[in-house]
Design a protein around this ligand. Structure first.
Ligand SMILES: *Cc1c(COP(=O)(O)O)cnc(C)c1O
Length: 230
């Protein structure tokens, strides 16, 4: 197994260096540890180093891990595609959903969020590199989408999420993240109160932080390369 404690320490240093380089407040960028395909043991190791936020893409896999990790301090984020027959369980098991891109799904999550839990924190996923295969809404429909969400009291809109297509050049990586920041600022300038830009993975987190990411979603840099590609 990778040395997860060391990896997390190195990642925190990388983030701090980046916050300083781009004039971000130290501590303003949080790590979401993406634990898809990882074992309960690996999640446990990360949590022993103080990592409490975990992101999962597949409901069944996540539920199996949650059952074996009954630590109530762990905070689970759903970051994968959402099928409508999974909304009831997602609404009950997770504190956050980053991958909202359909109103019908949002409505089902709102309706299913258990009354004893606080509103579900959500991010709207934007299709920022206009790839037809990728999930996320077209940014042109963002304002309309946000207005519809405002009628769902059991969802709390925290911000925006994106997974741009992979680029290797730093300046090219920054472009979609800069657009995200513009949409985020526009919403806040028109009376909304968003605090979350969920963007940046192992390969492009520096560019995302430079453009204002508040949550970076990191798998590989914490747990090592995934053997299963998904
Ligand atoms: C897998 C995944 C990540 C993490 O990617 P790494 O390259 O392993 O850091 C982040 N976000 C989403 C939506 C993912 O599916």
């Amino acid at each position: 197994m990778e040395n997860i404690a060391n990896n997390l320490q190195a990642l925190q240093n990388r983030i701090l260096t980046c916050e300083q380089a781009y004039g971000r407040h130290p501590g303003s960028v949080k790590i979401l540890a993406v634990s898809k395909t990882r074992t309960v043991e690996e999640i446990l190791r990360a949590s022993e180093s103080g990592q409490m936020h975990f992101g999962e893409n597949y409901l069944q896999e996540a539920e199996q891990k949650m059952a074996q990790l009954p630590n109530p301090a762990l905070i689970w984020h759903y970051i994968g595609p959402i099928q409508s027959n999974k909304t009831r369980d997602i609404a009950a098991d997770f504190s956050w959903v980053h991958s909202i891109d359909r109103i019908k799904i949002a409505q089902r999550l709102n309706d299913a969020r258990p009354a004893n839990l606080p509103p579900l924190n959500i991010c709207i996923q934007l299709n920022i590199s206009s790839e037809s295969t990728k999930s996320g809404i077209n940014p042109d429909s963002l304002v309309d989408f946000v207005n519809k969400l405002s009628e769902m009291p059991r969802l709390k809109l925290r911000g925006l999420m994106a997974m741009p297509k992979p680029e290797f050049d730093f300046n090219r990586q920054r472009q979609p993240f800069r657009q995200m920041r513009c949409y985020f600022d526009q919403l806040n300038d028109t009376g909304h109160d968003l605090d979350t830009l969920s963007m940046g993975t192992t390969n492009d987190m520096e560019a995302a932080i430079a453009e204002g990411a508040t949550i970076v979603r990191i798998g590989t840099a914490i747990f090592g390369p995934r053997s299963v590609k998904r």
